[in-house]
Each structure stands twice: as C-alpha cells, then as structure tokens.
Design a protein around this ligand. Structure first.
Ligand code: ADP
Ligand code: MG
Length: 226
C-alpha cells in the first residue's frame, strides 16, 4: 500500500519549461483580464453566464500559471535552523478558518524530543499547506485532520498528516505528484508536484498510505541534518 516516489527527472524538465512558458502567458493574460473587466458594465442577462465562465476560467489559468512560477523560480533558498513544530503549527493556524468552514478540526500531536531542523521554513510551509488543503478538500463530511511530528531511531524527523477523506485507490497512488494529475473539476494537479520537489530539495522522502473510504496519511521523513 505504500509507494516511494522519485520524480526528479520529470521535475527538472518541467521546471525549465515552466520558466519560459509561464512568463510568456502571463502578459497576455493580464491584458485579457483587464479588458474583460471593462466589459463587465455591458453584461446583460442573456450573456451573464458566458461572462461568469470566462472569468472563472481565466482565474483558473491564473492559478496554474502561479503554481508553475513557484515551481520554476529557483528562489534564493535560505536554509535555517527551525523547529518543525513551529512550522506545522503556523501552517495549521493559517488554514484553521478554512477547515472550520468544512467542520474539520485539527489534532496536533508532537513529541518533545525533536531537534531543530535545517530547512527552508517557507518552502516546508508550502508543502504542508498543499497536503492539508488536499485533506480539507476530500473531507466533505468534516472530521479530524491529525498532524504528528516525532523522531525516528535513524535520526530522521517523521511528520504525518492524516485525513478522514475518501481515500486514494492503490493504483492511483503512483500518479500523485505527476504534473497535471488531478481528479478535481477545478484542480491544477500541481500542488503535490511542488510538494515532492521541495521535499526532495530537503533530501527527504514522502510515503502515502491510503484506504478507500477510510482516509489517507501522508508521511514525510526529513533528515535531522543535511
Ligand atoms: P489538485 O489538488 O489541484 O487536484 P494535487 O497535486 O494537490 O492537485 O493533488 C492531485 C490529486 O491527488 C488530487 O486531485 C486527488 O485526486 C489526489 N489527492 C491528493 N491528496 C489527497 C487526499 N488527501 N485524499 C484523496 N486524494 C488526494
Ligand atoms: Mg491540491
């Protein structure tokens, strides 16, 4: 049921492509959005629906481009020593309002003996945001998202994020993190790709454990020192 994922080759190619294409698309997009806004005043009952579709789809292109740019930008990554529990708690606080809207509560369970981690905190936040957002999106009946952090006997920090969503069929687990793999109407299929890339940059590992109808656990292992 578990699958180790190594995606570096695909990621490199996509990263290079993204840099060029995303920038090229952004400028005409800005023009389009500007002029569509100007047209808003002349929207009639008859064509209001078209206007809505155009706006929604433009926004969708926008979010794909933005995620692509995050991928492409080799941001000046600054590794610092940080407590992973602080990063996790800050991320959970950020998403708490969204979770509450879906009747979801967070349960945090950290062990006391976790040493500071040499990492890029904002990048790791991005990882946890992506995973937790996915968790929220699959728990339409509400429930609990459990976040844990512990150390392992071989000096790694183990973080787990467990949801009570509808789960992932075993044969689909290997598709996670592939560019544009999404099962959502409005998904981009880029969130987990960014996630896997960042964990790789931290010399870490992601494992996914899932049971259909029960839920999914994302396990992340990060070396205590790089
Ligand atoms: P997106 O959220 O835009 O679809 P992601 O890369 O974040 O893109 O996720 C890709 C796909 O992986 C999702 O569409 C969904 O099918 C699956 N997935 C990710 N996380 C979960 C989860 N916690 N439970 C069930 N399916 C998931
Ligand atoms: Mg997502």
């Amino acid at each position: 049921l578990e699958e180790r994922l190594h995606k570096s080759d695909t990621l490199n190619v996509i990263g290079e492509l993204a840099a060029g294409i995303a920038h090229e698309i952004r400028n005409p997009m800005t023009a389009l959005k500007g002029f569509i806004q100007l047209l808003e005043d002349s929207v009639t009952d008859k064509n209001a629906m078209y206007f809505d579709v155009i706006t929604t789809e433009l926004n969708r292109i926008d979010s794909i481009i933005n995620e692509f740019l995050i991928l492409a930008k080799p941001q000046a990554i600054k590794f610092v020593e940080q407590d992973i529990r602080v990063i996790l708690t800050e991320t959970v606080n950020l998403l708490n309002a969204q979770a509450m809207l879906h009747n979801i509560v967070f349960k945090l369970d950290y062990s006391d003996d976790i040493p500071p981690l040499f990492c890029e905190p904002n990048q790791l936040k991005k990882v946890f945001i992506n995973i937790i957002k996915n968790a929220i999106e699959v728990m339409d009946k509400g429930g609990t998202i459990t976040v844990t952090a512990t150390t392992t006997s071989d000096s790694r920090i183990h973080i787990s994020i467990r949801d009570e969503g509808f789960g992932i069929p075993e044969e689909k687990i290997k598709k996670l993190g592939q560019p544009f793999y999404t099962t959502k109407d409005r998904g981009t299929g880029l969130g987990l790709m960014v996630t896997y890339r960042i964990i790789e940059e931290h010399k870490g590992l992601i494992e996914v454990e899932s049971e259909v109808g029960v839920g999914t656990v994302f396990h992340i292992y990060l070396p205590e020192s790089n």
